[in-house]
Design a protein around this ligand. Structure first.
Ligand code: ADP
Ligand code: MG
Length: 324
C-alpha cells in the first residue's frame, strides 16, 4: 500500500551495496551474507507518547529509530549492513502531511544510515497510531560477538561517553523550558543518540561482557550481572557526566539521571583489569572515550556507593514498559 510513500523513502535512503541482490520493491529482499560471517539481527519499536513525545520532529524520529537499533549491533560488536522499516502512520490528516512526515523521517534516517553504509532493503507501511519498528542486520566473525554473559570477578566495569544526558533532556522538554545551548545539547542527546559502532568493534576479543544502556545504567548493568552470574560495585563519584548536565542540575539529580535515566545508548562493558588502560586509550582515540566506574565482584546485583562511602538505594531500577 501507499506506493508513493515507499518510493519517497527509497529515493532518500538509496545506498549501493553489492550484498543487496534485491532491495525495496519485491515481495522480499534478497541478501548475501558474506562468507564466514555470522548474522547479528535486532529489532526495536518506538510508539508515539510512549517512547517519544508527541511533537518530536520527524527527522529526529528517523535518526533515533535507526540509532537505537545500531546501538544493539554496537553492543554485540557487529558491523551494520541492512535494515527493514515498518511504519504505521495515523490515518487522520491529509496525504500531503503524511508525505512531509515521510520525507523528513527518511532524511533523518539517511543521515545516520549513510556514514554506516547501511542499506534500507524493505519494510511495511500501514495506517494506525504512529509506530516505528526498525530491524537491523549486521555481521560478526563466528564466535566473536560481545555478550552479556562473561563478566568475571575482578573485571573492571566501564562505560563510553557520558550518562544521564538524554533523561535530563526529556525532563527539560516535559518541564517546557529548553533555553540555551546546554539545554539544547541535552535534548539533542535524547533525540539524536550516537550508536557506538566503532567502540563495539574495538571491544571484540577484549571486553568480557557488553551491552548498550537503554533503560538506565543500574538496570542494564544488572542484566550483565544476571547473565554472568556475578555482582557489580559502582562508585557514583566516577559516573561520567557532561558539563551541560552538571551545570543545569544539582549533584543528586545529575547522579540519579546518570544512574537510572534511560535512552543513553552508551556501551557498558567489563574488561579484565590488566587490559583496562589499553582499552581506555583505544576508545579515547575513537572519540567517545571510556570511563572506569566500578568492578565486578562475587555475588549478584548492582550496588552503588555514594560519594560519602555509604551504599545507595537505587531510587528506580530503570524503565518498566508495563507500569500504569
Ligand atoms: P507486500 O504487500 O508484498 O508486503 P508492500 O506493498 O508492503 O508489499 O511493499 C512493497 C515493497 O516496498 C516491498 O519490497 C517492501 O519491502 C517495501 N516497503 C514497504 N514499506 C516500506 C517502508 N516503510 N520502508 C522501506 N521499504 C518498504
Ligand atoms: Mg508488506
Amino acid at each position: 500500500m501507499e506506493f508513493r510513500l515507499i518510493d519517497r523513502i527509497r529515493e532518500r535512503t538509496a545506498q549501493g551495496r553489492d550484498d543487496v541482490r534485491l532491495g525495496i520493491g519485491d515481495d522480499a529482499a534478497l541478501l548475501a551474507v558474506p562468507e564466514g560471517q555470522e548474522l547479528a539481527v535486532a529489532i526495536d519499536t518506538m510508539v508515539e507518547g510512549v517512547h517519544f513525545p508527541r511533537d518530536t520532529a520527524p527527522a529526529d524520529l528517523g535518526w533515533k529509530a535507526l540509532a537505537v537499533n545500531l546501538s544493539d549491533l554496537a553492543a554485540m560488536g557487529a558491523t551494520p549492513a541492512w535494515a527493514l522499516l515498518a511504519l504505521t502512520l495515523p490515518r487522520s490528516g491529509a496525504a500531503e502531511a503524511r508525505q512531509r512526515f515521510v520525507d523528513a523521517f527518511a532524511e533523518g534516517f539517511a543521515q545516520l544510515a549513510q556514514p554506516h553504509r547501511l542499506a534500507l532493503v524493505g519494510g511495511d507501511t500501514t495506517g494506525g497510531p504512529l509506530t516505528i519498528s526498525v530491524a537491523v542486520h549486521g555481521f560478526v566473525p563466528p564466535g566473536k560477538a560481545l555478550r552479556r554473559a562473561g563478566a568475571k570477578p575482578g573485571d573492571v566495569v566501564m562505560v563510553t561517553g557520558t550518562l544521564g544526558d538524554a533523561a535530563a533532556g526529556l525532563h527539560l522538554l516535559q518541564r517546557g523550558g529548553v533555553d540555551g545551548a546546554q539545554a539544547a545539547y541535552l535534548v539533542e542527546r535524547l533525540h539524536r543518540p550516537t550508536p557506538r559502532i566503532a567502540a563495539g568493534l574495538a571491544l571484540r576479543e577484549r571486553a568480557s561482557a557488553c551491552l548498550d544502556v537503554s533503560d538506565g545504567l543500574a538496570a542494564d548493568l544488572g542484566h550483565i550481572c544476571a547473565s554472568s552470574g556475578v555482582g557489580a560495585e559502582i562508585e557514583s563519584a566516577l559516573l561520567p557526566r557532561s558539563p551541560a548536565l552538571l551545570d543545569l542540575f544539582d549533584d543528586a539529580s545529575a547522579r540519579d539521571f546518570a544512574l537510572s535515566g534511560g535512552d543513553d545508548y552508551e556501551l557498558c562493558f567489563t574488561v579484565p583489569a590488566a587490559r583496562a588502560a589499553e582499552v581506555q586509550a583505544d576508545l579515547a582515540r575513537l572519540g567517545c572515550g571510556a570511563t572506569r566506574i566500578g568492578r565486578i565482584v562475587e555475588g549478584e546485583g548492582v550496588q552503588v556507593r555514594a560519594e560519602d562511602g555509604t551504599w545507595l538505594e537505587p531510587a528506580h531500577q530503570g524503565w518498566d514498559h508495563f507500569a500504569a
